[in-house]
Design a protein. Structure first.
Length: 394
C-alpha cells in the first residue's frame, strides 16, 4: 500500500455538502414558522488527476488501484464561504453537531431563547461554538482539565463561554447535566457524539464517497473517540447495502491511541467497558466509554478495532504535514498511522494475495482537529520521533 502524497494538487470544486455546520436559519414570509436553509446536494464534478496519477475527488485527495485514499474533513473545498476551504470548525464534528443544532434551533421556534451547552474534549466544542455563532445563539462549552489553553482560546474567540471542570470528558459531561442545564430553562444539551442526528451528519461521508468514487470502496479507516464518526460511517454503509458489489460491504477500521482505547478494550474484554482514566496525548479522543451504538456496531462483522501508540500517531501527523501540507492533531494521526507503518493489510487485507490486496481501494478519513500548531508538532517531533515505528525523512 502506498499513501497518496499530492501537495499542490488541483482540487475539484463543487457546492456545499450536506452535514456542514454553517447553516443559517431564516424565517418564512409570514414570520410565524422557522425554516432552516438546507445546503444543496453535492454537485459532483469529474475527478481530476494529480501528481503520480492519483485521482482527486472534491472532498479530498484520493488514489485508486490499491493506494490509500484520503477523504479530508480537515480541508473541505465544498465550503467556499470559509477561509481556506476548511469545514466550519476545522474538523468532521461540524457534520454531526451542525446537523443536530440546526434541527434543535428549528424545533425550538423563531422566538425561543435557546442556549446550547456542550461537554467536549475540544473539537465538538469548537463545532458547537461555530454553529452557535452561525445560528446567532449563545453557547457554553465545558471542557476537562486535560484540554489545552489553545483550544480554550479558540472557543472564546468564537464567542463561547468556557468552563474547565474535571479530570476527563465524563466529569465535564456531569457538570453540564447536573450543574448548568437545571438552572437554564432555555438550555439545550449538545451531545458531542451520542445522538442519531450526530450520526446522520457523519453518514454524509459515505454518501459523498459513493457519489464521487468511480471504483469500488473496499474499506474506510477512521479514528474513534466516543464513536460519533464511526457510527455515522457504519450507518452510511448499512443504508447503502443494496449498492455494494456482490453484497460485500466495505470494512471499517476504527483506530484509537493507547490510553484512549475504550473501544478496543471493550472488544478484547467481550463486553462494553469504561476506562479508568485517559492517559493519551490525543485528548480529543478522550471518551472513557464509547457510545452504546458504537459497541453494537463493533459486533456487526465488518468493523475492526486497532490501537496505535501516541508516538506513531504523532509521527503520522508529521509525515502527513510533509506529504499533504496539512496540519492535523494526533487524534487524526491515529487513523493515518497504520498506513504509514505499512501494516494496514493486517486488518483490511488479511488472507488476500498480493495481487488481490493491490487492487483494494481504502479511504483514510482525515478528520482534522484544531488542537495543534506547527510549534506543537515540532515539540512532538523532539519528544516522540525516536519512539515511533514510523520513519521520518532525514
Amino acid at each position: 500500500m502506498a499513501l497518496a502524497s499530492p501537495p499542490g494538487a488541483q482540487r475539484v470544486s463543487s457546492s456545499v455538502s450536506r452535514g456542514l455546520a454553517a447553516v443559517t436559519p431564516s424565517r418564512d414570509t409570514s414570520g410565524n414558522q422557522p425554516t432552516v436553509a438546507e445546503p444543496p446536494s453535492p454537485n459532483i464534478s469529474p475527478s481530476s488527476t494529480g501528481p503520480n496519477g492519483h485521482r482527486i475527488f472534491d472532498n479530498g485527495f484520493a488514489a485508486v488501484g490499491g493506494k490509500a485514499a484520503l477523504d479530508q474533513d480537515a480541508m473541505h473545498p465544498q465550503s467556499p464561504d470559509l477561509q481556506g476551504g476548511r469545514l466550519p470548525s476545522g474538523s468532521f464534528k461540524s457534520r454531526g453537531i451542525g446537523n443536530y443544532m440546526t434541527r434543535a434551533a428549528a424545533a425550538a421556534g423563531p422566538d425561543s431563547a435557546v442556549h446550547f451547552y456542550c461537554p467536549s474534549g475540544g473539537n465538538a466544542g469548537l463545532a458547537c461554538a461555530t454553529s452557535a455563532l452561525t445560528l446567532r445563539l449563545p453557547a457554553t462549552i465545558v471542557v476537562p482539565l486535560t484540554t489545552s489553553a489553545l483550544i480554550m482560546a479558540r472557543l472564546r474567540e468564537l464567542g463561547a463561554r468556557v468552563h474547565q471542570v474535571g479530570a476527563d470528558f465524563a466529569a465535564a459531561d456531569r457538570h453540564v447535566r447536573d450543574e448548568l442545564l437545571p438552572g437554564d430553562p432555555a438550555g439545550v444539551y449538545v451531545p458531542p457524539f451520542d445522538h442519531p442526528d450526530i450520526w446522520d451528519g457523519a453518514a454524509t461521508i459515505v454518501e459523498e464517497l459513493r457519489a464521487q468514487m468511480d471504483v469500488p470502496l473496499d474499506g474506510i479507516v477512521c479514528s474513534v473517540g466516543g464513536g460519533g464518526m464511526v457510527n455515522g460511517i457504519m450507518q452510511g454503509i448499512e443504508a447503502a447495502a443494496p449498492a455494494w458489489p456482490a453484497g460485500r460491504k466495505p470494512r471499517v477500521l476504527a483506530v484509537e491511541t493507547v490510553g484512549c482505547d475504550s473501544l478496543n478494550a471493550s472488544v478484547r474484554a467481550g463486553r462494553h467497558i469504561t476506562l479508568p482514566a485517559i492517559t493519551s496525548i490525543a485528548t480529543t479522543l478522550g471518551a472513557s466509554r464509547v457510545s452504546d451504538q458504537t459497541w453494537r456496531w463493533s459486533q456487526a462483522g465488518n468493523m475492526d478495532s486497532a490501537v496505535v501508540s501516541d508516538a506513531d500517531a504523532v509521527v503520522a501527523c508529521l509525515r502527513f504535514a510533509d506529504d499533504a501540507c496539512i496540519v492535523v492533531e494526533p487524534a487524526c494521526g491515529a487513523a493515518l498511522a497504520p498506513a504509514y507503518r505499512g501494516d494496514l493489510r493486517r486488518w483490511l487485507g488479511q488472507g488476500m494475495s498480493d495481487e488481490e490486496w493491490a487492487c483494494k481501494n481504502i479511504v483514510l478519513q482525515v478528520c482534522g482537529g484544531r488542537g495543534v500548531t506547527l510549534g506543537i508538532l515540532d515539540e512532538y517531533r523532539r519528544k516522540y520521533a525516536s519512539e515511533s515505528t514510523i520513519e521520518l525523512p532525514s
